[in-house]
Design a protein around this ligand. Structure first.
Ligand code: DC
Length: 226
């Protein structure tokens, strides 16, 4: 039997990263952070000076990368090792999110990462975090969530997160970055960000992610009878 999977898609700052970590920890399932894969390609492309308009060069780079995800320690996101170097901090930077969104518009890049993403689906189960988990990567998933929140709320959440990490940030600039990223992710020709037809759409603008977690966990238990 194929292992169980839950897909969680949504725009940046919707709280899906936290929701996915909580679910994976509670269920003891694997976690696919598909955004990290696009971020790694974006980061490596910038370091190598590859043209961001050259989809086939970017796809070639995507298949050549040696990436390792070291397991998370005490609830922290897992460490990302690229060609032997720990690039965890660089991968999670806001600027890398924008690079990821640029490489992600190219179909050859998305194709290059497809099988790798599907290979994460193994027992005991998978929580898949991304933009096209329910629409393209795991279209047969019996439980699909689309998590969203207003742009203002998402920018404020990001602002607090970055401030807590000691980074100097500007709320207006963050809001603009998020709007630009939404625009690119939602309007690209391939695998645009949108809820799957059978997704449950949750707006977390006025709800804490911990509350969303409780609701989604109930759904998981009902769907998979666990
Ligand atoms: O979830 P994230 O912020 O780490 O994602 C970074 C970018 O990568 C996002 O703006 C668009 C792209 N992405 C994608 O196109 N498809 C995915 N499944 C995950 C991320």
């Amino acid at each position: 039997m194929v292992a169980p999977v839950i897909t969680i898609d949504g725009p940046s700052g919707s709280g899906k990263g936290t929701l996915c970590q909580l679910l994976a920890a509670e269920l003891n399932w694997h976690l696919l952070d598909s955004g990290a894969l696009y971020r790694i390609v974006g980061l490596a492309a910038e370091r190598k000076g590859i043209d961001f308009d050259d989809g086939s060069a970017l796809a070639e780079l995507a298949v050549s990368l040696e990436v390792e995800f070291n397991p998370s320690v005490s609830g922290e996101p897992s460490a990302v090792i690229l060609n032997g170097e720990d690039v965890s901090a660089a991968v999670r930077a806001e600027t890398t999110g924008a690079l990821a969104s640029k490489v992600a518009v190219h179909d050859p890049v998305r194709q290059a990462l497809k099988e790798l993403q599907r290979s994460f689906l193994t027992a005991p189960g998978l929580v898949a975090d991304g933009r096209d988990m329910g629409t393209v990567i795991f279209p047969a998933a019996p439980l699909k969530i689309y998590l969203t929140a207003s742009v203002k709320e998402r920018a404020e959440r990001r602002f607090k997160q970055l401030k807590n990490k000691g980074e100097s940030v500007n709320l207006a600039a963050l809001l603009e970055d998020i709007q630009l990223r939404d625009e690119r992710d939602m309007n690209r020709a391939v695998a645009p960000l949108k809820p799957a037809a059978d997704a449950i759409v949750i707006d977390s603008t006025a709800t804490a992610v911990e509350e969303v977690f409780v609701k989604v966990l109930e759904r998981v238990k009902a769907v998979y009878k666990i």
